[in-house]
Design a protein around this ligand. Structure first.
Ligand SMILES: *Cc1c(COP(=O)(O)O)cnc(C)c1O
Length: 475
């Protein structure tokens, strides 16, 4: 038997308090965990307990084992990678998802899972000001969303017959090519690798001085590939690259893709959320001519891990790539219902739409836009401080969203290796503080530091602390 509802109630109330205290005090913890590799494993029994343990003992280990080993993504000073937020409505949504334990593989295995997913992805489409011919579904991560659409791109031409015949040992099959910028996310390469198309068939297109794909170089690469008998399949435009949040010229790339019959996928895993801000939508001009788009609400839309939304204007093709129904899953529901299992690899599906529904309702379209606008404003403020300081600091890339790339160059230092080591040392000192966690990236051969604002608890005071620590960290 399971533990009784009364026992549950007692512990759940305690944990509700635990979470409330955690969310209130999260900024008091060291943002980065200080544990040594292996030390958490060393604290824990090697074998599972033979006898039942009390929930009281287990819950006590949250403070003893779990918190010290956690890097606090909900900490206001978390400014590394892409900072995100597990917001209160999202946390509550996760509780209910676990309690209901719905599996939305088919419409009939839980109609609300499917229909809420349809509604909430359509809300998101409207929130982003996108046209109405988009199908939406929720996956775990952008990496999987991108892999799905590249599988669909490959399926668009049934003559390739890859779904049925595979790719190995086929002299009739041309090399399939996928194009993205040199600053695209590694998930594009991983998707191509996983789909068996070969890493060497990802063509990384050169960028301009602002790290945006050069459309004329894309056109040229496609022509050169065709001349060699290769088959250009898809292009990925990134709206908010992971390194420096640059935005590829989607409109120009869409024109080329249309002319050349390529599938156009837009990777807006982080940046896409900015479409919730009406005055920022111009950055995404041309999006309505793309075939697919991915946006991660678990990045910049205040939704706890994991929640990635895949939009496509080609749901029939996506379905053709993945639909395969064994006898036990056939139903008489017909075309009146949508079975999300037909649109991807996984059969069982978590009820992720619930938390996203709760986040959108609890903040509202205006509240979401206001929060994202505020993050962008904070980033511009931080960039202004860096620019205004004459002491060797500079901003190294445009700041279209909420992320700033910057670095410090000692006087008369021109050696890139020296500058990299110098900035890595600054970053290490800042991250030792426990107050602030930043990360780095490379812009071409330049090693730069990165401040990414995406947590709802981050304020101007957080950034002042970061800026003070950064300046103090210069030897
Ligand atoms: C973070 C990121 C991804 C990968 O996201 P996951 O959901 O972690 O797979 C893909 N593309 C871009 C541009 C990203 O910033």
């Amino acid at each position: 038997m399971d533990i009784s509802p009364d026992e549950y109630r007692r512990h759940a109330h305690r944990l509700a308090d635990w979470i409330a205290t955690y969310l209130r005090d999260v900024g008091d913890y060291d943002v980065l965990s200080h544990v040594k590799p292996g030390s958490i494993r060393a604290q824990l029994p090697k074998a599972p307990p033979a006898a039942a343990e009390s929930l009281d003992d287990i819950i006590a280990d949250l403070d003893r084992v779990v918190l010290p080993g956690a890097t606090h993504w909900n900490h206001p000073g978390f400014l590394a990678y892409f900072a995100n937020t597990a917001s209160v409505p999202g946390i509550l949504g996760e509780m209910i998802t676990a309690a209901l334990n719905l599996n939305g593989m088919l419409w009939r295995t839980s109609p609300v899972a499917t229909e809420l997913e349809q509604v909430v992805t359509d809300w998101l489409r409207q929130l982003f000001g996108m046209g109405d011919r988009w199908f939406g579904m929720i996956t775990d991560t952008a990496s999987i969303s991108t892999m799905y659409v590249l599988a669909a791109a490959r399926e668009r031409d049934p003559a390739l017959g890859i779904r049925q015949r595979g790719m190995a040992g086929r002299a009739d099959l041309p090399r399939l090519r996928v194009y993205c910028s040199e600053h695209a996310h590694s998930s594009v390469d991983k998707a191509v690798m996983t789909l068996g198309m070969g890493l060497e068939n990802v063509v990384h297109i050169a960028c301009d001085a602002d790290f945006r794909m050069k459309p004329e170089m894309l056109a040229r690469a496609i022509l050169a590939d065709r001349a060699q008998g290769f088959r250009p399949l898809a292009a990925v435009a990134t709206a908010g690259t992971t390194g420096m949040t640059s935005i590829d010229p989607i409109d120009d790339i869409a024109t080329i893709c249309q002319r050349e019959s390529l599938w156009l996928h837009v990777d807006g895993a982080y940046g896409g959320s900015a479409m919730a801000v009406p005055e920022m939508r111009a950055l995404f001009a041309g999006l309505d001519r793309a075939d697919s788009l991915v946006v991660n609400p678990h990045k910049w839309l205040f939704t706890p891990m994991d929640c990635s939304v895949l939009f496509t204007r080609q749901p029939k093709v996506l379905r053709r790539a993945f639909s395969l129904v064994p006898e036990y899953l056939t139903t008489a529901d017909g075309d009146d219902v949508l079975n999300y299992m037909d649109y991807g690899v996984q059969l069982g599906r978590r009820f992720r739409a619930l938390k996203l529904w709760m986040v959108i309702r609890a903040f509202g379209a205006d509240g979401i836009a206001e929060r994202i606008r505020h993050h962008c404003q904070l980033a511009r403020t931080f960039a202004d401080w860096v620019r205004a300081n004459g002491d060797g600091w500079s901003v190294c890339a445009p700041v279209p969203f909420s992320t700033v790339c910057f670095r410090h160059v000692p006087e008369n230092e021109t050696d890139e290796a020296e500058i990299a080591a110098h900035n890595a040392a600054i970053m290490a000192r800042v991250n030792e503080s426990g107050d602030i966690f930043i990360s780095h990236t490379k812009l071409g051969d330049q090693y730069v530091l990165r401040v990414a604002i995406g947590n709802l608890r981050t304020t101007e005071a957080t950034l002042e602390r970061a800026w003070t620590l950064l300046r103090e960290a210069v030897p």
